[in-house]
Design a protein around this ligand. Structure first.
Ligand code: AMP
Ligand code: MG
Length: 338
């Protein structure tokens, strides 16, 4: 189906219209504090199928279920372990998704065929109002075409979803800029499946036992069963070939000078700008600003017609781990260490 995609304001009228569309089984892109989400009624199979179609997403890749009030967790999760309660108390509302055994009311299409759901209570007020008004939980993956960089403003969503969905609620630019931290539980231990704004250091405040899953920094074998299915796909990628280059600014400059061509660009730190003699876009100096800018800049390279993008390797601590994780996938794990 081809839609005329409307841009709705995040005011009462826009929120009402979004909720009405969601209630009628349609898909609407909504702002959250992480990235824009492509939302539909998580309990309505036909509506959820529309999300997969609009994104072109493989159906074994589960969707995160968004709620607006903590108590609703018991409608969808069979049990909530103590550690999960502590995490919710500390980090909800916020950019944290918890994987828990699901109740039958959640259709398998939503959970990618798994017996678990990823559930999250976002802090974005507009998102919460829309969830409440729609009277259900909203399944919402990132609102990009499958494989491309996640959208952090309404214009990114429009570029990917124009004609594919009836409406986008424009809530401005997303605060965090990378997707939520995803965790599961093993007794008292927390397993980190996908890094995000809530860092390993943050999680350790709640449980000393935090296990970082292998899939965060390593390529998953195509045939292998994975705990976080999203991790096995090439992701977050612009059309250009992206290569992460690890080393000092001097060695980076010398590397790029040897491999430069007309359609080669670099993604560098703000503080490199004055010393860097080749075509570039900057993505901040701190991990926070890099998280905020990374997807926007990856999209920008497409507009510039870049064929190769060399990326200065970010810090890997705190939120930086999330930035590095996304860049690794954008690069198809191509990293050069100088
Ligand atoms: P996205 O919605 O595009 O941010 O992707 C959601 C990601 O959350 C998936 O690709 C998985 O990696 C993870 N996820 C969601 N639900 C589950 C689940 N039930 N079990 C494991 N991982 C999940
Ligand atoms: Mg996504």
């Amino acid at each position: 189906m081809i839609y005329e995609t409307k841009i709705l304001k995040p005011n009462k009228e826009g929120i009402n219209e979004a909720a009405k569309l969601l209630k009628s089984g349609e898909v609407v892109a909504i702002p959250t504090e992480t990235v824009y989400g492509l939302a539909a009624d998580a309990l309505n199979e036909e509506a959820v199928v529309k999300i997969f179609k609009a994104k072109g997403r493989p159906q074994d890749n589960p969707l995160i279920v968004h709620i607006a009030d903590f108590e609703k967790i018991y409608n969808y999760a069979q049990e909530v372990p103590k550690v999960a309660l502590k995490l919710a108390e500390r980090f909800w509302p916020g950019p944290l998704t918890m994987v828990l055994p699901k109740k039958d009311i959640v259709p398998k299409i939503t959970s990618g065929g798994l017996e678990t759901i990823g559930i999250r209570l976002p802090s974005n007020e507009v998102a919460r109002k829309i969830i409440r008004l729609s009277g259900t939980a909203l399944a919402a993956p990132s609102a990009n075409l499958s494989g491309s960089p996640s959208p952090t403003c309404a214009a990114h969503v429009f570029d990917d979803m124009n004609g594919r969905i009836p409406a986008i609620v424009d809530g401005g630019s997303c605060d965090v800029g990378v997707e939520s931290t995803v965790v599961s539980f093993e007794g008292n231990a927390i397993r980190l499946l996908r890094p995000g704004f809530i860092s390993i250091e943050d999680l350790k405040e709640v449980s000393e036992e935090v296990i970082a899953d292998d899939g965060i920094l390593h390529k998953v074998d195509p045939g292998k069963k994975v705990l976080s299915p999203g991790m096995k796909y090439k992701h977050y990628s612009p059309k250009a070939r992206v290569i992460i280059v690890e080393g000092s600014l001097e060695s980076f400059i010398s590397y790029v000078s040897k491999h430069n061509s007309e359609k080669t660009y670099s993604m560098i730190f703000d503080s490199d700008k004055n010393l860097f003699p080749f075509k570039n876009l900057t993505y901040g100096d701190t991990s926070l600003s890099q998280a905020h800018e990374v997807f926007d800049k990856l999209r920008e390279f497409d507009k510039l017609g870049a064929e190769i993008v060399f990326v200065r390797c970010p810090q890997k601590e705190g939120v930086g781990l999330a930035v590095y994780n996304r860049l690794l996938r954008a690069a198809g794990f191509e990293v050069i260490t100088l």
